[in-house]
Write a protein that binds this ligand. Structure first.
Ligand code: BV8
Ligand code: ZN
Length: 251
């Protein structure tokens, strides 16, 4: 076995041991956790949809200007997610919830794959693609529709329904924001998986963890602005590294 492989294995073993020994584990995830389920990430090469960047589509202004285009993008994503299965990264995180008495998961992902893998103690920081809400009144619903021809309308007031997700320029629900920072405040170990760490305020959770000297472990395919600041940064696929770590936790 190459010396590099040996080093990586010993680091994975070390991470597994201190996650097992940790008192309160918080896991923070981004689009990279769903990549091995075939869901394009936001900033990866496969991430872009046609010629648009998420910043051009995931905004209230874009939706009000062209609701058909924005719903077309979300329907395309719903279609991809509908046929996707949780991958070993989602499954490993769901297993961590079962073995760690004090555990919470906070995800940026709106795809619902963590829940599908069995995660229950989860905060969906940016909402959920399978939820919709009215642009005018407080009507909300879950829906698994893929809209092809006509756009969804509110049964109460007949106005447009939009995806119930947080767009760029929109605030995070204050309760969700406060609960998320409280959880990270209480944690002694924070596992950051599959995020480029560029979107705030979610990236503020990572920043806060590092500044308050939590043991922060990063698992990511490529380096991020936080890689050099973390306690340990493991570079590779979450779907490969997490099961290895679990082997040292679940005997
Ligand atoms: C806010 C939901 C303030 C929608 C998303 C100008 C105006 C207004 C705000 C701003 C502004 N300029 C900056 C801001 C702040 C802005 C921001 O942070 N912008 C960034 C880009 C600079 N933030 C906001 O706008 C937030 N709101 O600030 O409001 C406010 C306050 C009060 C009152 C009014 C306003 C809201 C941000 C939320 C945006 N919504 N999603 C949807 O999904 O459609 S963000 C979107 O990006 C997704 O949630 C995604 O998860 C998130 C972050 O991306 P990542 O998850 O990190 O994904 P990415 O592709 O970037 O990276 C994946 C990583 O995985 C890569 O590193 C890759 O290497 C790795 N990887 C790939 N494969 C694997 C892997 N790792 C492991 N294994 C693998 N197999
Ligand atoms: Zn309405």
């Amino acid at each position: 076995m190459s010396s590099f492989k040996n080093v990586e294995d010993s680091r994975t073993k070390y991470v597994g041991n201190f996650i097992r020994e940790s008192d309160f584990l918080v896991v923070l995830t981004g689009a990279g956790v769903s990549a091995e389920s075939g869901i394009p990430t936001f900033r990866g090469a496969d991430g872009l949809w046609r010629k648009y960047s998420p910043h051009q589509l995931a905004t209230y202004e874009a939706f009000m200007k062209n609701p058909n285009l924005v719903w077309e993008w979300y329907s395309w994503r719903r279609e991809k997610i509908k046929s996707a299965e949780p991958n070993p990264a989602h499954i490993s995180i769901a297993k961590l919830e079962k073995v760690k008495e004090k555990f919470w998961l906070i995800t940026q992902n709106v795809d619902g794959l963590h829940r599908k893998a069995g995660s229950q103690k989860i905060i969906e920081f940016h909402g959920n693609i399978w939820k919709e809400k009215c642009i005018s009144c407080d009507f909300k619903r879950e829906s698994y529709e893929i809209y092809k021809d006509e756009l969804p309308k509110c049964p109460n007031c007949k106005n447009l329904l939009r995806p119930d997700v947080v767009w760029f320029g929109e605030p995070i629900d204050p309760d969700i924001l406060h609960m998320s920072f409280d959880l990270v405040k209480g944690a002694d170990c924070v596992l950051v998986v599959g995020t480029s760490g560029v979107v705030y305020p979610f990236a503020g959770l990572i920043e806060f963890s590092i500044k308050s000297r939590k043991k922060v472990v990063e698992i990511n395919l490529e380096p991020t602005p936080f890689s050099d600041l973390c306690y340990i940064s493991l570079q590779g696929k979450a779907g490969e590294i997490l099961p290895q770590i679990l082997n040292y936790i679940v005997q």
